[in-house]
Ligand binder design. Sequence first.
Ligand code: ADP
Ligand code: MG
Length: 446
Amino acid sequence: MELSELWQATLGEIEVEISPPNFHTWFKHTTLKEVNGDTARVAVPSDFIKEKMVNEYRRVVTSVLHKHADHITGVDFVVQTIAPPALQPIVSGPVVSINNTSNTNGRLKSDYTFDNFVVGQSNRFAFAACKNVAENPGKLHNPLYIYGGVGLGKTHLISAIGNHILRNAPKLKISYVSCEDFTNEFIQSLQLKTVDSFKHKYRNVDVFLVDDIQFLARKEGTQEEFFHTFNALHQSNRQIVMTADRMPKAISDLEERLSSRFGMGMVTDIQTPNTETRQAIILAKCAERGITLDGDIVDYVANHVKSNIRELEGALNRIIGYCQLNRLETTLDNAVKALESFVDQNQMKVEPERVVEAICRFFGVSREDLMGKKRSKELVYPRHIAMYLLRNEVNMSYPQIGNLLGDRDHTTIMHGFGVINRGISQSDTLQTEITHLKELITSPNF
Ligand code: ADP
Ligand code: MG
């Protein structure tokens, strides 16, 4: 069997074994390069994909290959980047001939680059995916969809893609917009009867970067327009990158045809940074400003400001500002003082009652039933979620949660917490529900 035939047969089988989006994302640009003795060598388009292959798909690839060619018992992966440069710029039409800088309307912040983005466990995949896209726009992951909570670096990364392309492929037309700006511009074009030029503008870019796409929720007219823009660009292999605060499916009131398209290419998340990453970011931000902070201050900040990187920067500014203003040395004591109010505010407490109330409303169960002893599925599930949220969002101990939820034993709470904690990675529905609930309990309108 020819190598290409063997690989086609292998892919055919892998495709039915793993989910279509996964197959699409990881296997699309792979080829079988050679078979050396008992080892097959598979070429993949990036380090990022290689890592995923080695860690997750090596076994299935090996076993399917082995089935077709039984002398093959091992696989290794090599990176072979896709040449030539991705896109030819669109031939200019009347409105199209705007140059890059004016085309991005100066909205793209030039200091958000890959170089000053600190990479850690929480953002490694997202970073790699963005870098791949910046180097091969329209080729690899299209669309690229990045999601994560506030202040975790989404705008930084999507802007870094734009800045990278501006520098390295200056002929490509880039459009960076926040979804809100896109919406407002669209509405304005309806009022001013300039819809045609609006359409023309966005359907004729090489790289379309849309920040905070969750704002499309409930805007039917704009969704319709966005749908057509998306299709026009995607069909002609123009790169689309979107960020959002949640997964496509979790954006409520977003048409299904859009959410399914958003998930068609690469979907990757950014998580909250761990302690090491927070420390690294603090050090990097200090270096940028040309200051040094003692290790114990860095540790203190990293240990007390955990929610996101914007808060981290805020804390740092606060320490520097406080010490300068009061002509104090930057010692740990002074840093702690500077942060006193800040840290409290940052760790704003969610009241346990809010969680209980949110669960009852969300699942339509009564307080008595939630706290009570009935064990029907309709009650056990919300109860488990309550345990999980009280632990994670309110930082209550297991015995405290047990007390609150109708005098239950702490082992029961641990069990319930564990069920949800494990379930989240396996169930999109559960993940979506948790996201909604978190929103609900932190929403000022609730
Ligand atoms: P988001 O769009 O996810 O709300 P931003 O991209 O605006 O978050 O990031 C908030 C701030 O934190 C920005 O100033 C950004 O430069 C900084 N930041 C976020 N992640 C990193 C990182 N990994 N390395 C360095 N700075 C970061
Ligand atoms: Mg942002």
